[in-house]
Design a protein around this ligand. Structure first.
Ligand SMILES: NC(=O)CC[C@H](N)C(=O)O
Length: 382
């Protein structure tokens, strides 16, 4: 039995049902580390980039966030699964609860998997949900030791191995955005302001945040030439992998930057704006994935606590003179958003829409729409 905790009791001392059916699996890292654990979810092998999140809640949201595509996610919170997984509930054809319509992670690594769950809206267990999508989970892993290793050495390739071995695979070499972006153009809402949402793997809470406001949303695929559309504001979504893979989006964005229509980007969207402006991005040693990342608004002493999930960042040193850093991460000084000095273009590396995490910065959607209103009234007076 591989669990680092006594099998019969959880971290809170609660009685844990003995699972006689448990099967042994291994987590293998590219540096040779091998950790044995127990399988939960699908009993299958999978490879990816091993990353960790220190968020204490929000696994239904994290697992369905398309930005995690290709990644084996390590959760440092010691007990996972205790509140189960909610049932699906749709609103305007999008999920009310999940961040997309499927699980995107390649695999899940936890310390203590709680086979019993209890929550008012739970419809199934985390293990059963992973099985539905054929995603492996490994439990009984000392996730804090593993996270220390990932912090010291940096994010590493890894694999969960059940019966058959699989080769290591670096998902950052794939065009993951092309895999997760929804095909076709979709319309949502009937508000006054026409916003084009470039879907690089958008979280549905971004759509929900827009639909709570006076917006008609036009969702287009990542490589769609939105410059041909009639719109009032442009939004660039989050998404998986290396932003430099999104050449088509960057090219279209460069055209939009020549105009004056407001542009807002979140996470991958922020990186794409940095690249389109002529700046560069780089891979962080181990990324930021949590619900308590402090960011400072440039030029003020104001700090916000933010939800984050990214492995790359804009290199502010490379930004052209008409752009500047908008937010700075107070843990490591990296760029948490950029803005144009004169035009209504801005971005955040963190997630103002949260889901999960603190909602302190959701006002940025209002700021964007204020810029749209100002642009429309200026355009009307010209
Ligand atoms: N959440 C995101 O949009 C992530 C952006 C990018 N894939 C990164 O890891 O940095």
């Amino acid at each position: 039995m591989a669990s680092s905790l006594p099998k019969e009791r959880g971290p809170g001392g609660e009685v844990h049902r003995q699972n006689d059916m448990s099967q042994t699996v291994k987590l293998i890292l590219e540096d040779g580390t091998e950790i044995q654990g127990e399988s939960f979810g699908a009993f299958t092998s999978a490879a990816g980039e091993v990353v960790f999140s220190t968020a204490m809640t929000g696994y239904p949201e994290n697992l369905t966030d398309p930005s995690f595509a290709g990644q084996i996610l390590v959760l440092t919170t010691p007990m996972v699964g205790n509140y189960g997984v909610p049932g699906e509930d749709l609103y305007e054809s999008i999920s009310k609860i999940f961040e997309s319509d499927k699980i995107h992670i390649a695999g899940l690594v936890v310390n203590y998997y709680s086979e019993e769950h209890s929550h008012w809206n739970a419809a199934k267990s985390l293990g059963d949900w992973l099985k539905e999508y054929n995603i492996p989970g490994i439990c009984g892993v000392d996730t804090r030791m593993l996270t220390k290793k990932l912090r010291e050495k940096g994010a590493m390739l890894g694999k969960i191995v059940a019966e058959d071995d699989v080769p290591f695979h670096d998902p950052n070499l794939d065009n993951l955005v092309a895999q997760v972006s929804q095909p076709g153009v979709q319309h949502f809402g009937s508000g006054q302001h026409k916003i084009v949402l470039v879907d690089c793997g958008t979280k549905t809470n971004i759509i929900r945040c827009f639909l709570e406001r006076d917006v008609e949303l036009i969702r287009v695929p990542w490589d769609y030439d939105f410059t041909t559309l009639d719109y009032d504001g442009l939004f660039l979504s989050n998404g998986p992998g290396d932003p430099k893979m999104c050449e088509a989006t960057i090219q279209h964005l460069q055209k939009a930057l020549q105009q004056d229509k407001p542009i807002f980007g979140i996470c991958l969207g922020s990186q794409l704006m940095g690249l389109a402006a002529g700046g560069d991005t780089f891979k962080l040693k181990y990324g930021h994935r949590s619900h308590n990342q402090p960011v400072k608004l440039t030029g003020t002493q104001r700090c916000y606590i933010t939800s984050q999930n990214h492995g790359f960042a804009v290199d502010t040193e490379t930004l052209p003179a008409d752009w500047t850093m908008l937010f700075e991460n107070l843990n490591d000084g990296t760029c948490e958003g950029i803005k144009h000095k004169t035009k209504p273009f801005f971005s955040t590396q963190f997630h103002p829409e949260a889901a999960g995490g603190p909602e302190d910065t959701e006002f940025l959607f209002d700021d964007f729409l204020k810029a749209v209103v100002a642009y429309k009234s200026n355009a009307g007076t010209k």
